[in-house]
Design a protein around this ligand. Structure first.
Ligand code: AMP
Length: 532
């Protein structure tokens, strides 16, 4: 619960005193943890900040995994943390490759609540400014793969919903697709006031029944009418007519879902409000009305201690800077130290400083660090791939199909190696079959290649000459393939809520999930030009 005195002055205060807050936080962490087995080897019991900066190495998960796992396996918390560790959370394991677990405690959950409340205040403020009346938020949460029911699916309160959201854009698209498959049954449930027997989760059944409150044939008719349109264009706006905004993360790799969310919502404004990971929450978007390409996240200085490794550091760890010392326009990878055992831990995201809110920097999310495709010495980054896909999406806008899932890998099993994109498509009309027009897809291959950097285009070969990179290939996969891919990752221990389809795949098991469902293959038929 937010107390009545909790207002946005807290945000002003936090962001104005970032340096002091961060210094105090590090002091507190070091005092608590200096005698942990992990830190003792570098600090010998000292909690001095200068020594911390000098002696404690910058690490990745593999470096600390064994310490974390020992605590997870029952050894005392003080292997890594002076305070109690009360739970572990799992990362999806899909953004960085392998699944990871991270220790946290209840105090962190409380702190997190404080920051999330600040975020809600920021959103409410902007809603008031644009004159939106009070209302409800329709949020979709995935609980487990087996219970694909996005909780709160009933639309009874549809006239009160002013925001529709989910954690990531991908989850929202899935929730709408799920509705696409189950709306007839849903309407049947609403009409009879009875929840289908296969929904066995007791809490889910009773909350849905309570909201339904008995048979509601009028509502069932309204929803049925909207869902039975041939096209699902604008379905979100039609089902929740007062919705003014879609809220979910749409930056980074989630950017690929913007066209489909625009289609489903009749281009309602998209708000991306938070940037965080299993390791820590990092920042909130203090300008919730900003356009997707302008979204930045203001780091919150009271949760973890943040340092920043410049992207062009040439191995010089001394170039690391504190939160308040980052430079406008520069690119960095965040390094996190928290209360529960992460010390100078590299997050693996690349961010750019795009402004300051009071004394606290604001960052644009650029990409994951390690996502690259490479066949020769070219490196095609996540950002390059997403930009290329945005070009392709423009081309697909005038066709009957939409791209609803993609991933890729560099196939170097033959010479020359080439890039392979797996695409799952959906027809714009709900019941229409996906018609794949060869000409359009060959053109898509070329558009992707034309969008890549100059090294790619040079190695691809020029004027009919073969290069060291072969023709780009699109493999169209069956509908539902990307759900199967998700299920595969979840079966490996990934989390459903945080799941993000990997931009590039490098596990042979995951590739097999895709390969078994390939329907069609298309290749680029000409080399890309060298001009940009
Ligand atoms: P996980 O620990 O599995 O929840 O994944 C965290 C990762 O998700 C981050 O390191 C980012 O790569 C990505 N992520 C989280 N929030 C955002 C955001 N707002 N924009 C772009 N990527 C994000």
């Amino acid at each position: 619960m937010m107390s009545s005195s909790f207002d946005l002055s807290h945000l002003e205060e936090l962001t104005s005193n970032a340096e002091q807050t961060q210094d105090d936080l590090l002091k507190e962490i070091l005092t608590l943890n200096a005698n942990t087995e992990y830190l003792r080897q570098f600090l010998h019991g000292s909690s001095d900040k200068t020594l911390f900066k000098k002696n404690v190495p910058v690490v990745s998960y593999e470096d600390v995994k064994s310490y974390i796992e020992r605590v997870a396996n029952g050894e005392p918390s003080d292997v890594i943390s002076g305070g109690p560790i009360t739970r572990f959370i799992k990362s999806t394991g899909t953004s960085g490759g392998k699944q990871k677990i991270f220790p946290i405690n209840d105090e962190y959950i409380e702190q997190l609540g404080y920051v999330l409340n600040l975020r809600s205040l920021v959103i409410s403020k902007y809603f008031n400014e644009i004159g939106v009346e009070q209302g409800k938020t329709m949020e979709f949460h995935f609980i487990r793969p087996e219970s694909t029911t996005p909780s709160g699916l009933p639309l009874s309160l549809r006239d009160e919903v002013v925001r529709v959201g989910a954690a990531f854009a991908y989850s929202l698209v899935r929730a709408i697709d799920f509705l696409g498959n189950y709306w007839k049954e849903l309407c049947g449930n609403i009409r009879s006031g009875h929840v289908s027997e296969w929904i066995t989760n007791h809490n889910c059944r009773s909350s849905v029944s309570a909201i339904l409150g008995g048979p509601n044939p009028i509502l069932a008719d309204v929803i049925e009418q909207e869902c039975s349109h041939k096209s699902w264009e604008g379905i979100i706006a039609r089902l929740w007519p007062k919705a003014k905004r879609i809220e979910c993360i749409i930056t980074g790799q989630m950017g690929q879902y913007i066209p489909i969310l625009d289609f489903y919502s009749n281009k309602l404004p998209l708000g991306s409000t938070i940037y965080g990971s299993s390791e820590s929450l990092f920042g909130i978007n203090v300008d919730p009305l900003s356009k997707p390409q302008d979204v930045s996240y203001t780091f919150v200085p009271n949760l973890s201690y943040f340092e920043f490794l410049p992207v062009d550091h040439d191995g010089d760890m001394a170039s690391i800077v504190d939160l308040v010392n980052v430079k406008l326009g520069c690119y960095y990878e965040p390094v996190v130290t928290n209360y529960f055992g992460l010390n100078r831990y590299l997050i693996g995201d690349i961010l750019q400083v795009v402004g300051f809110y009071n004394s606290t920097p604001q960052f644009r999310f650029i990409r994951r660090k390690n996502v690259v495709l490479s066949v020769d010495i070219e490196a095609t980054t996540e950002e390059d791939i997403l930009k290329a896909l945005a070009h392709v999406n423009l081309l697909l806008e005038s066709s009957d199909v939409m791209l609803i899932g993609f991933t890729c890998y560099a196939d170097i099993s033959t010479f020359p190696g080439h890039y392979v994109f797996y695409w799952e498509l959906k027809a714009r009309g709900v019941n229409d079959v996906v018609e794949v027009d060869k000409k359009v897809f060959v053109k898509c291959c070329s558009v992707l290649e034309e969008s890549f950097n100059v090294l790619y285009r040079r190695f691809r070969g020029q004027r009919g000459q073969d290069g060291s990179i072969g023709a780009l290939e699109i493999r169209v996969v069956q509908q539902g393939t990307f759900d199967s891919l998700m299920e595969y990752f979840i079966s490996q221990g990934g989390s459903t809520t945080q799941y993000k389809t990997p931009i590039c795949i490098n596990s042979s098991e995951a590739l097999a999930v895709l390969e078994n469902r390939v329907l069609d293959r298309f290749y680029s038929e000409r080399s890309p030009s060298l001009e940009t």
